[in-house]
Design a protein around this ligand. Sequence first.
Ligand code: ADP
Length: 303
Amino acid sequence: KKVADRYLKREVLGEGTYGVVYKAIDTKTGQTVAIKKIRLGKQKEGVNFTALREIKLLKELKDSNIIELIDAFPHKGNLHLVFEFMETDLEAVIRDRNIFLSPADIKSYIQMTLKGLAFCHKKWVLHRDMKPNNLLIGSNGQLKLADFGLARIFGSPDRRFTHQVFARWYRAPELLFGTKQYAAGVDVWAAACIFAELLLRRPFLQGTSDIDQLGKIFAAFGTTTPSQWPDIIYLPDYVEYQYVPAPPLRSLFPMASDDALDLLSKMFTYDPKARITTQQALEHRYFSSPPLPTDPAKLPRPT
Ligand code: ADP
């Protein structure tokens, strides 16, 4: 069945937050694509502003580590977003017990993640929903950031951010303390969680509630203090808590190199203003010291 006279619908790929995602063939180019069908209609104004925001952002974000939005059109009361088709995602790679990830492979995956993020941050756009299943992997091994549905240009005058957008395990401490004015650092924290997950092959900080998530963070890095993070006392949900000492980071990541641990600790800095930026992270010696990142085409992927 053809959609908009151009796309041949194939099977359903999955169900997302906004609707069904189909595989399709673009008859104009012969290319395989993924079409995200977003339900409209029930909206009061007749338009889904979240979707419109996603379109506008994606159209401005063109980079080899960002998923490409090929087309966008309304059809039968639904908004259709056409993306380049991606074979798999990082979550599938991490979960696949048949895949061995070498230190060079991990370096390659995290470098592509940071490159995509650095590109967004340079354009003043936050991703805001970084997690392994939003990092899609193409047939050439390239990793691309997907799902900008929750992203929003930051610094917009009177819009305060809502803080419940992240998958909990990847949520930065300032979000858990209820910050309403967060910045690029939230993506860096999430990228650090993904880095840790690549090293451990399981999610690093698996909180069962927001409070428990903070508890997991404290258990890993020790409790933080206002001397370490001066602005913490101004955060809406800040409460004083019992002191917890930090175990050596090395004890949590016995297999990681010294360079990997150094970068990881800088990404896991409590104070978002002191946290390393994506650009600084890419310039860290972890990426220039051996082993060099694996060529994306040679990365192991699920079969
Ligand atoms: P969510 O909103 O839950 O993050 P999405 O709407 O992004 O989910 O995606 C729903 C499903 O469609 C996922 O299982 C994902 O694997 C698949 N999918 C999304 N985008 C693509 C794409 N570009 N190529 C291939 N599969 C995709």
